[in-house]
Every structure is written in C-alpha cells, then in structure tokens.
Design a protein around this ligand. Sequence first.
Ligand code: CA
Ligand code: CA
Ligand code: CA
Length: 678
Amino acid sequence: MITSGKAEPYALASGKSRTALFSWVNGAYARERRNSQSGEIQVKLKSFWRDLLMIGLPAFLLGAVGAVSAVAQTEPSVSKVEPPSWWANHTINPVRLLVRGRNLVEARVKANRPETVVSEVRVNREGTYLFLSLQISAAAKPGDYPLTVQTAAGRTTIPFRIESSLDVATNFRGVNADDVIYLIMTDRFSDGDPHNNSPGDAPAAANSRQNPRAFHGGDLRGVINHLSYLKELGVTAIWLTPWYDNWNGVNNCDRPWCPNTSYHGYGAIDYYAVEDHFGDLAVLRELVEKAHTLGLKVIQDQVANHISFHHPWVKEPPLADWLHGTVAHHQRERFENSVLLSPHANVESVRNTLDGWFSDDLPDLNQEEPEVARYEIQNALWWVGVTGIDGIRQDTIQYLPRTFIRQLSDALHRQYPKQWMVGEVFERDTAQTAFFIGGHTGWDGVDTKLDSDFDFPLWQVALDVFTNKKPVHALRDQLKYDALYPDPAKVTTLTNNHDTTRFMSLAGATLAGAMLHTAFMLSVRGIPQLYSGEEIAMQGKEDPDNRRDFPGGFPGDTHNAFTASGRTAEEQRMWQWTHDWIKLRGEQSALRDGRLIDLYYDNDAYAFARQDLSETVVVVINRASNEKQIRIPASAIALRDGSQLAPLNGGPSVGRIANGEIIVSVPASTAVAYKGTE
Ligand SMILES: [Ca+2]
Ligand SMILES: [Ca+2]
Ligand SMILES: [Ca+2]
C-alpha cells in the first residue's frame, strides 16, 4: 500500500530513475515488514507516516522534480546526421552514418521503410555519438527514409533521405589539360547578396572590409553573377576556396594576425553545411548548374586534414581516437615535411608531421581510425554527388597518411570514373611533389592514385626567372626533373595562389615579366591554374594582402575590372594577353596535350615545341631587352625543309625551313608561338 500509493507519481518516470525510486520505497517498506514481525508494526507505520510528512514529503517532492528532469535528460535525442542523405545504387553501400545526439547509450536503431536496413550500430561511451551502417536497396526511390532510435528511456527519429542522382553527362566530368583553372577566394571575389553579410551570431568585427582578415561579403551569388566574365576570359574551370561552414566569430590575440576570422574557409565547423556568409546548398547547386550550362567546371576545395578549433568534435569527439590528441595534449606541427619522403626518417618525426596540429588551433583528424576514414571519404563523395562538381582540390594533402589518400582516390574513381583530385603538396623539391602524385609506387609500397598535384617547384623557378633572379634556362633545368613524374602532363601548373605573393608585388616584377610568366604557364605541359586577379596584374604581398577584393565585385566599388571599359590601361593589357594565350591554348591541341621538346635555351631565352599527333607548335620566350635570333632545329621536331612556321599570336613571320633548321627573330621581352605548316 505504501509503495503503491507513494510510488504512483514515479510510475511516470522511466528507465533507471523509476527502478531506483521503487527500490528505495520498497527498501523502506521491507524494513517496516521486518519490524512488524517483532510486533512493532503500528508504531513503525506511524513513525513512517510522521517521518514522511515531516521530512520525507518535501524530499519526495524535490525528488519528483529531479525525476522529471532526469526523464528529460535520459530520453534519446538526435541533433545531427552525417551524411544527411545518400543514393541508391551507389558504390558505397552500406553507407555509414554518424549521428550526434544525447542519451544514445544502448540505443537500438531500425529503419522505418523496408528499402533500408540498419546494421553495425555502435555508440560511444558518452552516448553522444552513434554510428550505424545503412544498406540501401537498389530499388529505393528518392525520398525520406527515417530511422527510429530506441532506448529504454524513449525513442526518437533519425531523419535521412535518398537523393536522386545527377546526370553523369553534364556532371562529374573531371579536369584535364584541356582545362584552364581559375582560383576564386569566395569571400574576396564579389558580394552578390548583402543579406548574408552579417549572420545572426557573427559579431560586427567579423564582417568588416576594413580588416583584411575579416569576412568581406563575397559569396556564391557573386560568383554566379560573374560566370559570364569567366567565360569571356576563357577559363574552363573554377576552383572555389572551401565552402564548408566555418566559425562566424573573431579570434582576438596580441599577435599581428589578430583579430582574424575564418573568411578563408579552411576551418570547418560542419563538414555537411555551406558557409552561411556564402549562401546555402541551394545557391551552391545553382552555381554548379549554371557553370555547367556555360561549359565551366567547378572544383571544390576540401580539407580532410584538419578542422576548426570551434568544431563540436573538439570538445566532444565521436571516439577517443577521432582526433590526434586533445586540446590539452597534442603535438604541434613542426613542418619537417621532407621526412615524409625519406625512407630513413625516424617514426617520431613522421608522426609529428602526420599528426601535429597546425599552429595549435587546427585539430588534426586521425584517418587511421577506420570510422574517421569512412566519414571523410563519404563526405568527399557526398559533396560530389549533391552538387555535380567536376574536381576536388585537397588541402595540405601530404599531412594525410598516404594509404588514406589512396583510399579516397579509389573511392572517388569507383563512383565517378572521371572525377579528378589535385593535392596541395607545397614543396619546391620535385622529388617530394612527384612522390605524392599517383601512377607509381613509392618506397613505402603505396601508390596514392592521386590524379594531380601542384607543380610548386616549377612555380618557384618561373617566378624567379620572370623577375630576373635566374637565367631563363632555369626553366628547362627544372623541367628536366619531370623524369620523376609517372606522367608530367598530369601536374597542375600554378601561376600563383591565395597563399603566395602576387607576381606584381615580387621584387623585380614588371608588367612585361608578368606577361611572359603567364604565356609560359599557359603553354608549358600540365594543367594550368591561374589565381583570380592575376589577369589584371593585381598587386598583393603575402597573406592577407594577396587576398584583396576583386575590383568591381563589391557595393560602392568605383573601379570595375570586370568590364573592359572599367579597367586601367595596364589591367586591360594584361587581361587581353591572358585571354589571348588561353584562347590559343584552346585552339591548339598540341599546347594542351603535346609532348614538350626543348629546342633552345640560354640566359635570356627558352624555345620549346609542343607536339601531338596532329600538329607542332613552337613557343619562344625572349626575356632580353633586345630582339634575339633563335636557331630552331626543325629536323628535331620532324619539320621538313621547305615547310614553314606560321605565327599564331602576331609574331614576326619567318622564312622557310632549310637545312633542317630555321631562324626566328623574337622581339624584346615577349613570347611568340608558331605552328609548323607545309
Ligand atoms: Ca554577401
Ligand atoms: Ca559560418
Ligand atoms: Ca594530419
């Protein structure tokens, strides 16, 4: 009676709290029964009721409040599902879901619809993350496929969708030497939507064009608005800096780089959301679709190596080994990168390079934990699948285990055979960049299968040559190390990027030098990548000065370099030159795919041929301040006596080939191209 009467309110309680309360009450009742056996039942019962009224009732009432609160705390809840959607007939099946929530210990999960089946449920010790594998039937149609998660304390829903697949004819097309890539720093290109400039949780100081390290308002709509500009320039692919959602706050410190923000995008706080300053998934999909309609490909900047210090995983990692260490205990990256190349490196140095946190504030993910590897591979494929992008630029790729790079490359190619990934191996040593590109096996037995990496060694030499710090033959001297690449045509040749000083701000830079630099980069082997603003000879020293806003992209700009009439004379000259070399590359297949053959090199000049099965193009670069006569060994490129070299870009005409050679007179400080003709 006592138990049933007084326990009634607690019958509403669930799980462990209910059991505990019943045992407490039952314990008291049991003691009374024992006492009753000694003939003292009435006294004890009176004593019980008195105690209950005087002390116990308030305590019971407090307990009731606590128990109700315990109910709320023990019911399972779900706050994030990653990935939120997937596809039927996908090469990854089952897909592995990571569910963030509360009170998930001992959770059971089942699919609400028969086309999906749940297995391999795993919950972390804290009950804050649940992993599950979801098998998707080939017959599953696009739509909602919720799952039910159940614990002893209650149940809740895991939302999940099956997406319709995008058309492979117009999406996922990969990138190759037929393309010219244009790098856009989204925050600094154009503000197409002022409504997203100040998200609710962003302090005013985070969004200020006066601070070169704050958000400036550039966004995906701004890129959409200028797709026609890119088409006019002639580039065929755009690489956008990361669009993952980053932290909206401001870092303050007493160092020169503070206050700063995550406007650059390299510190994800959510791998499955679009930065709210840039737009949302719908705008991103619109951007890719409109780019594709114009014949422009889109490359996503992905960052598998590290996350923001503000990512929820930093305080609550899904697994104990999810990150390399914790905020309190982790290695700081020492950037001894060459140890990655050496078979003689000690394991401590290698582990520091692979596991260390960049500048202490970018926590490093542990891809050797299989759950992390699966998460990141699916994340990469999810973005490809939902947007239709054509390529991926993988940030800081050498700090990822090489076996993981191979896993990721394999997974991309298995699902999207044309898909392309270029890795950032920011090294000036060709042995190191070549070590990471796919197509050959390193001393460690690993072929990364990586489609491309950036040619930073040639980038450095070219900057030095065209700012008069090295003889021109240094270009050829560097290119001979192409012997280290399984296929040098697959490297991505960069003019510059958002991490490097702009050409026009280098010591010794001239407009003529910048023009030679661009001509060389657009005619040498590889896949050329330009950095937004180089086409108008923008200035900018090291980060963040090299990330100035594109003129004309922002409200109130009086200078608009998006139109010919808005450009200065110098800007227009550089723009037209860049445009013309891109056009030439597009017209001449040999400039894209042809074999590179050295013809002549000295302190001032470099002549080379690009030759494929259908044509031969000769490029001659003369850095000297006077005209130069260059002797071309025509027989070496199978041009017969009597045939000609026809100028392709306004260079002076030359005579007919005789005795297996021809003399080309190249005006001062220019680059000319000729095509071999009968
Ligand atoms: Ca904006
Ligand atoms: Ca954000
Ligand atoms: Ca790492």
